[in-house]
Write a protein that binds this ligand. Structure first.
Ligand code: C5P
Length: 293
């Protein structure tokens, strides 16, 4: 048919926070953060096809709803860019929900970027960032991807040089953590200056070598409200020479490794003891793969 756009398939990658500090609370109730974020090979897949109306299907029935962030992203882009076309969207989930891995936020960013292309909507990187920020604090980062320094509520993103490739063991205890609950359990005396995370960002920019894990200022509050996350953290730490960190607001626990073999070995030891275990590689977007990369 004339004017039909070919189907488009986009990856929505998971992230880990290699370091995350909460530095204060803002007048709007959100918190100011300093974080180094890293996209991973683990990804959901969003497939977009021509259709008269806006329709959405998801492989996970619990997420197959009309208020899914993917649908909200599509509606937002459509109204901001005066698009009158529809599309059918299918989201194949691989990233667990409410896990700290940014799945929902990444899906939303992938929808914005892919539909901007599919509909030829003409939004610039900065237009897309403004829409991303409205959809959620972590969404702007996913328009950049790779290794990025993220500040403010999450909207100030600076792409860093790619560090050496690394492998990450991801262990999810299977008891979801609501981000809002983790932030509200945090006490102001647990805020930090952000310096440890900025130092990590500098060292990544400087020599491109760092695969180290930094700090996560949300761990104390998460562990107070989610016992399973603390148990999972202790288990992963014990298998990974004491080096583990919670991803974002959790409850997924991350261990890093320079080699795939040692990551696989830790994952093997965790299998059967934690409900969901994966090994993922760090991922840097190719030029043009993401709208702001
Ligand atoms: O922005 P998003 O909807 O993902 O945030 C979910 C919740 O996490 C917010 O309602 C807020 O309670 C908390 N949050 C925060 N500061 C941030 C990001 C999230 O307090 N920078």
């Amino acid at each position: 048919m004339a004017g039909m756009s070919p189907a488009l398939r986009a990856h929505a990658r998971a992230k880990v926070n290699l370091s995350l500090e909460v530095v204060g609370r803002r007048d709007d109730g959100y918190h100011d953060l300093v974080s180094v974020m890293q996209t991973l090979s683990l990804a959901d897949t969003l497939t977009i096809e021509e259709a008269a109306e806006l329709t959405f299907y998801c492989s996970d029935s619990e997420l197959d709803t009309s208020d899914n962030l993917v649908v909200r992203a599509a509606r937002l882009l459509r109204s901001r860019c005066n698009v009158s076309r529809g599309c059918s969207m299918y989201l194949q989930k691989e990233i667990p929900a409410s896990a700290g891995l940014g799945g929902g936020s990444s899906d939303a960013a992938a929808a914005l970027a892919a539909l901007n292309t599919f509909w030829n909507a003409g939004a610039t990187c900065s237009d897309l960032c403004a829409m991303a920020e409205e959809l959620g604090s972590d969404v702007p980062f996913f328009l950049y991807g790779g290794t990025s320094l993220v500040r403010g509520r999450g909207e100030k993103v600076t792409r860093l040089r790619d560090p050496r490739p690394a492998w990450y063991v991801l262990a999810n205890p299977g008891v979801p953590a609501r981000t809002a609950d983790v932030f509200s359990a945090l006490s102001p005396d647990e805020w930090t200056s952000g310096e440890a995370t900025l130092a990590m960002a500098m060292s990544i920019s400087g020599d491109g070598r760092s695969t180290l894990l930094g700090v996560n200022g949300l761990e104390p509050s998460l562990f107070r409200i989610n016992r399973e996350a603390k148990e999972c953290f202790d288990l992963v730490s014990s298998l990974a020479s004491g080096r583990a960190i919670v991803a974002g607001s959790g409850p997924t626990v991350v261990a890093g490794s320079d080699t795939e073999e040692s990551a696989m070995e830790i994952a093997r030891l965790l299998t059967g003891r934690v409900p969901w275990v994966r090994v993922a590689r760090s991922h840097s977007p190719a030029p043009g793969e993401l709208p702001c990369a």
